[in-house]
Design a binder for this molecule. Structure first.
Ligand code: ATP
Ligand code: MG
Length: 400
């Protein structure tokens, strides 16, 4: 067994952001420290394009698992450190490649980088030396510079040589900028948690709003939404969840509005209320889990009619995705098993079998004249209950 003693994180996209880089790297480092607090004595250092974590005796796997939830990290490598000594570097490189051979690799290449120029060997020479040494001491292994099974990277830094060949993908995206906030409309379904994840991935902070219609929707369905929010908090940190009492509005719609427009009008009411909450909390856009054409209510006509009531940007990260792709993401981010728990959705309790698939703005406006829209919105907003879903359940609140 190889004793890995470091993990190297590469930022990818951040490196492109010029002047903003410092802020990005700082938020990334904060997040890295936060998700690894349970591992004592880790040492995190950062440079221009990467961070290095000294494991100080911890196994790499559990630390890696945590780091894979961090947006802004594009590649992760487990590494061993060697002194500035070519013989030691060659020895440890060989050890790593042998370990990779047990995983079935047949081809490799060596990439040496030498930011620390005081080290007396040139990268090109080391490439050849290390590659030759590995080849002489192994069997069934060849060099493939274009498409190797394994890339052996050697980076000569001022504090030592870092050798890695086991690389994996990070979560990608951008680290969270606390100043960019978006209001996620979170149901208990499969789609909206995925939409929330993808929104956070672009470096924005998310708050969530959920419409709840007790007693038609139960404590269980509320619990489900809290559990989904907690999973999302693993990626972006603590999340404020606004629970909106929606029963009166549902009843009113059911009683006063034509059946085939009740879905459209319900969505318009949700959108108005969400915008109000966004306004109060400083969120600048709204995210939904809508995807075009997936169900009857998600036609372009329907979106047009629902969107009329807000002039906030409505982000729809799933717009072009197939259900299969959405389900794959939801499994990968661990929301799927919660989303498929049975529950009553406020939308299904009251809704007709056949909502209008091509609603029109003018009709919606006409029908809504028979309902005290503003008062209903006011009342719902006044009744909002805001809770904080902690990334870690046992921590104190530092968000309110
Ligand atoms: P999901 O899987 O997210 O429930 P869906 O495919 O069931 O989506 P709809 O039921 O048409 O689609 O809902 C469209 C979007 O409206 C949802 O993705 C979500 O963003 C929002 N939404 C629906 N119901 C609620 C609710 N009770 N609370 C908050 N937002 C909701
Ligand atoms: Mg739904």
């Amino acid at each position: 067994m190889v004793m890995y003693d470091h993990i190297i994180l590469r930022y990818g996209e951040i490196a492109l952001k010029g002047k903003n880089r410092k802020g990005f790297v700082n938020s990334l480092k904060k997040r890295v420290k936060k998700v690894t607090t349970d591992f004592q004595d880790l040492i995190v250092t950062q440079s221009f394009d990467r961070m290095v974590i000294k494991l100080n005796g911890h196994e790499p796997e559990p630390v890696l698992a945590k780091l894979k939830t961090v947006f802004g990290i594009h590649k992760l490598s487990v590494a061993i450190r060697a002194d500035h000594d070519l013989e030691e570097i060659k020895e440890k490189s060989l050890e790593l490649i042998r370990n990779q051979q047990m995983n079935g690799i047949k081809t490799f290449k060596v990439t040496v980088k030498r930011p620390y120029k005081q080290f007396p060997h040139r990268s090109q020479d080391m490439n050849r030396e290390i590659g030759g040494y590995v080849l002489r001491n192994t069997e069934d292994l060849t060099v493939d510079v274009h498409n190797p099974d394994s890339e052996l990277r050697v980076e000569i830094k001022s504090d030592g040589a870092f050798i890695s060949c086991d690389h994996s993908e990070g979560a990608g995206g951008l680290p969270t900028n606390q100043d960019n906030k978006v209001m996620l409309m979170l149901s208990g379904g499969i789609d909206s948690p995925v939409a929330g994840y993808l929104t956070m991935k672009r470096g924005v902070k998310v708050e969530a709003v959920h419409f709840h219609s007790p007693p038609f929707t139960s404590e269980r369905s509320r619990q489900k939404v809290e559990d989904l929010t907690r999973v999302l908090a693993q990626y972006g940190g603590d999340i404020r969840l606004h629970i909106v009492p929606f029963t009166n509005i549902q009843k009113m719609i059911h009683k006063e509005m034509p059946d085939n427009y009740s879905m459209t009008i319900m969505r318009r009411m949700m959108m108005r209320i969400t915008e109000r909450i966004a306004e109060q909390t400083g969120a600048l856009a709204i995210t939904t889990g809508e995807s075009l054409g997936q169900v009857a209510s998600q036609t372009i006509q329907s979106m047009n009619t629902i969107n009329e009531v807000t002039n906030y940007p409505v982000l729809r990260p799933l717009i072009s995705m197939d259900k299969i792709e959405i389900m794959d993401i939801s499994r990968a981010i661990d929301t799927y098993d919660i989303s498929i728990r049975p529950y009553e959705d406020c939308c299904t309790v009251f809704l007709p079998e056949a909502p209008k698939t091509r609603p029109k703005r003018e009709h919606a406006n006409k029908f809504e004249k028979y309902m005290p829209v503003d008062e209903l919105v006011e009342e719902a907003v006044a009744g909002v209950e805001t809770i904080i879903i902690k990334e870690k359940e046992d921590e104190f609140n530092d968000l309110l």
